[in-house]
Design a protein around this ligand. Structure first.
Ligand SMILES: [Zn+2]
Ligand SMILES: [Zn+2]
Length: 196
């Protein structure tokens, strides 16, 4: 049985957009055995449908254990997802390393709390965040880890292209082909190279 968060009880006073929520969610919590909650996986989220009697009816819960509604981790939908997973419900897919469709539950570098930093958000990296202890440094450390892992998986900067018979049409660019400071043949005309 969920503990009814105070925020639910006060929702009607604080936000007219959620008028009726306190009654219907309260009803739902006390009579939950009568109401079937439907949970489906949608993208990286769990879609929780409380049925017609509850407003807002649809809630989206992330893998970070928070609902996208204003109740966040206090939303009863979070408990519903926990129960659903405990009884063998299908899990939402893991997002690609370094992509955050939602804030992480805590900093992946040091375990401290995180807060949204929209200046770090991007379509490729998702929701930007900062660590409450390490700031944006811990965000970029995580992104560097993700880049290194991706590079370790594929040595190709641009993958080679083969035709249907397996002949090479385009040789691709291997990461060893990329000029770095250490292998730059033009850096010192007299043959001196501090890296060798
Ligand atoms: Zn919610
Ligand atoms: Zn941190």
């Amino acid at each position: 049985m969920s503990v009814i968060p105070q925020a639910v009880v006060n929702a009607e006073d604080s936000d007219p957009a959620f008028a009726g929520l306190s009654i219907t969610l309260l009803e739902w919590v006390t009579t939950r055995s009568d109401i079937a909650t439907t949970i489906t996986v949608e993208g990286y989220f769990y879609n929780v449908d409380f049925g017609e009697r509850v407003r807002p009816r649809i809630h989206k819960v992330g893998k970070n254990g928070k609902c996208t509604c204003y109740l966040g981790k206090l939303c009863p939908a979070v408990d519903e997802v926990k129960g659903y997973l405990e009884t063998g419900g299908a899990r939402a897919p893991e997002p690609p390393s370094g992509y955050y469709p939602m804030l992480p539950a805590c900093c992946p570098i040091c375990g401290a709390g995180v807060q949204t930093d929209t200046s770090l958000s991007s379509p490729k990296r998702g929701v930007g965040w900062q660590c409450t202890k390490g700031g944006s440094l811990h965000y970029w450390q995580r992104m560097t880890q993700a880049l290194q892992a991706a590079q370790a998986q594929s040595p190709w900067v641009i993958a080679p292209v083969l035709d249907q018979a397996g002949r090479v049409i385009y040789a691709g660019v291997h990461r060893d082909d990329i000029t770095t400071d250490a292998n730059n043949p033009y850096a010192f005309k007299d043959g001196y190279n501090p890296y060798r």
